[in-house]
Design a protein around this ligand. Structure first.
Ligand code: NAD
Ligand code: ZN
Length: 351
């Protein structure tokens, strides 16, 4: 498996933890900080530490695990810690964790002293195939996801499949949704391969292909003006369902579980609006329904879901915009969907 060249940085797949240690040593940093949550401190830090132990000058900053931590308040805590430790512009932040840590750590680093270097060491499947590549950093505010943030590229990304060994099955499924999405938007062969693979612990090769796809798309369009919108397939409806679930469920949907629902609804919209063949709609629906638990969406929640879709930062001129599929492996951006169409797509899922 090759390392992947991204926009001015390398995504390491081979001996990645050794490469991380090398990177830190060769970077002549004044100090290295590792950002973790309690789960990655327990499961992932020991793996990294083995290689980094010989380093002086590295300090741990731990935040509580979970999306609730992805806020400005937690950023303030991290900024304060950096100040207390006397971190200067030559400090390095190593983000060791899932998407919460890589998004928030990237944001903290991109703003501290107008920007210090950071690297991503993604430890969940979702952060490996999605969050750690592409340069989007940020935090949530007032229940709006990723509303505050920057586009800032890391100095490197280190992929290590071994981290997934301790990841709960539900978190694997969450990342898997983005892998399936990558196949659906641009690579039918990959989708076909995923359909027949054992997906309880996706292989390094499958992860690699997914990162390749994400990387190709974001390199072509780093600031989301065109083709990058392809990655939004499933996310217009999915984000609304995710936000609703975060605010109303005691055990909220994961990102990927919500996106899987969004992909079913948006495949239905693709079929109705731009001619995704019936057989492909059926195939997508069956694969996703088989992999993901059913979620109850009542008619009564539709108005709130539509409100969330209206607030989506991808919209322009107040119209709800979806990325749809012409075929499996062929996306189409900027499809305006009416509220009635979106409600019908939710009904398709609910039935
Ligand atoms: P997460 O960071 O909350 O991780 C999920 C859970 O897994 C946490 O409890 C974490 O502590 C635990 N965990 C992490 N690694 C582990 C390991 N190896 N073993 C055991 N437990 C482990 O969430 P996530 O699902 O990784 O990421 C979700 C976040 O990513 C969201 O905030 C989303 O907005 C963001 N995201 C960003 C982008 C982007 O382009 N920047 C893309 C997709 C998602
Ligand atoms: Zn996503």
């Amino acid at each position: 498996m090759n390392n992947i060249q991204s926009d001015n940085y390398i995504v390491y797949f081979n001996d990645s933890i050794t490469e991380l240690a090398k990177f830190v040593k060769q970077g002549n940093y004044s100090r290295a900080f590792i950002l973790t949550d309690e789960h990655t401190t327990e499961h992932c830090l020991p793996i990294v530490k083995e290689q980094l132990d010989e380093l002086d000058n590295f300090d741990l900053i731990e935040v509580n695990a979970g999306e609730e931590s992805k806020t400005i308040d937690f950023c303030i805590g991290i900024w304060k810690t950096l100040i207390d430790f006397g971190a200067d512009r030559k400090a390095l932040l190593i983000n060791l964790g899932g998407g919460v840590i890589t998004d928030m750590g990237g944001f903290v680093a991109s703003t501290y002293k107008r920007g210090i270097d950071f690297v991503q060491v993604p430890t969940t499947l979702l952060s490996q195939v999605d969050a750690s590549v592409g340069g989007k950093t940020g935090v949530d505010m007032d229940a709006v996801k990723n509303i505050i943030g920057t586009f800032t590229q890391p100095k490197a990304v280190f992929m290590y499949g071994g981290f997934l060994q301790t990841l709960p099955a539900r978190q694997i499924l969450s990342g898997l949704a983005e892998m399936l999405k990558h196949g659906l938007i641009v690579d039918k062969t990959y989708w076909d391969q995923l359909k027949i693979s054992d997906l309880t612990l996706p292989s390094d090769e499958l992860v690699h292909r997914s990162v390749q796809i994400k990387n190709e798309v974001v390199i072509a369009d780093p600031h989301e003006k065109g083709i990058r919108k392809a990655l939004n397939f499933g996310h217009t409806v999915g984000h609304a369902v995710e936000t609703w679930s975060l605010m109303n469920d005691t055990d909220p949907l994961s990102h990927g579980e919500a996106i899987a629902i969004g992909m079913i609804c948006e495949a239905w919209l693709s079929n109705k609006k731009i001619g995704l063949p019936d057989s492909e709609l059926l195939e997508i629906t069956e694969v996703l329904i088989h992999l993901y638990p059913r979620y109850k969406i009542d008619e009564g929640t539709f108005p709130t879901l539509l409100e969330h879709m209206q607030k989506d930062k991808k919209n322009q001129n107040g119209q709800i915009n979806c990325t749809l599929l012409k075929h499996i492996g062929k996306y189409s951006i900027d499809n305006i969907c009416t509220e009635d169409e979106l409600c019908d797509s939710l009904r398709y899922y609910a039935d």
